[in-house]
Design a protein. Sequence first.
Length: 479
Amino acid sequence: MLRRHNRLLATFHVASDALLGLSAFIVAYAIRFHTGLIPITKGVPPLGQYLNVLPFIAVLVPVGFQLQGLYRLRRGRSRVDDFFAVFVGSILAVVFGIVATLYVQTYLATGAAKETGAFEVSQVVWVIFLVLNVTLTFASRELMREVLERRWRAGIGLKRILIAGAGELGRLVADKILEHRELGYQIVGFVDDRAAGDHLGYRGLPLLGSIAEAAEISARESIDHLYVALPPEQHVGMLELIESTSRECVDVKVVPDLLQVIALRARLEDLDGVPVININDVPLQGFNSAVKRTTDIGISSAALLVLAIPLALVALVVKLTSRGPVFYRQERMGLDGRPFMIHKFRSMYEDAERDTGPVFTSRNDPRRTPIGALLRRSNIDELPQLWNVFKGDMSIVGPRPERPLFVAQFKHKIPQYMLRHKVKSGMTGWAQVNGWRGNTSIEKRIEYDLYYIENWSVRLDLKIIWLTFLRGFFHKHAY
């Protein structure tokens, strides 16, 4: 029943996205040519000319959203994720629309249609359409989210969850699900072979039986999802558990507790017919790497041009308020463990580490100059790193680069620490926008860095850049 409900919901989203796209396109035409808000210099094209483009819009908007995974319905998607998926999907629809209309106009249109530009669309209309489509589509999805969450809070349409493993990892899964009741999950209970008496009734959730009985319990309790959260010593029976529960049409989700063994996305490779699992594969390779580099060059060059005068003023203030150079250069470790020199506005007194040696900064650090304290608090001291991005030493988004001395210490203490060097270091990152920066837990920073590396996408980069503006400046751990 739930699977049928999901298919109907996905179909509804496809249809509503197409209708909203059509509406946004017609309204964009009206705003451009019939409201007087934007001056008209080349005359008003007939409405029929734009009606010719509607079939493209009806197809390309859902295609753009499909490429962003918006029709793979999952209850854990955040509002920010939804917004950027809609935003990027709409941009793709506009790009595809421009290409399609130009192609038809140039190669397929004939006779009067070609002479009158029957498929020609104003660039301003495309821009207005983009804004309207993002606004309308995101609003419609927020409305649907509110309707669904109200149903789930009322106990309607809940997905029933069984957790295999009542130990620490299983309890963690239960805690997370119970903390997010808006996702519409209902935990039925645990199955475990080794559970002691104190596991019974954990947060009111019963132990329903042994792992061998999981398939029978799944059928009896109408389980939708099985979360496998077993300790390493019980992994021997995991394949049998997965096979037996899959016969009952249960979706099986394995919760890894071996982050130190398989930290990044695994990918199956072929060695002359022999399957080989690459456990440290990363998405940022080949074409994806070229896309990210192009984006970095575009953003950094534009930012350097726009901020040229403000950066010059900051440099002047630094020079006039304390003795020493304007810029501070320091060796950091970047892609593949290669060192590079990072650039920052000097925020400390000259030779600040002469007595202390390399140490992390702390709150009320006496080594900071008065202006330097403000620069560090506002992260303005980091802006010269735009030059590092432009040169290719860094990226706009990525794990923050660390000094080689600290890298040498951490790589022996923290599992998989060096995996963060599989991508270029960044001016901002997933760990930073989630609060893990400055003198905070290194382990948590690595956890968030590895999540970013494993799940990289253009959409995730845009999300991090946006969150940097919302959360990154004047951060409580920036000192």
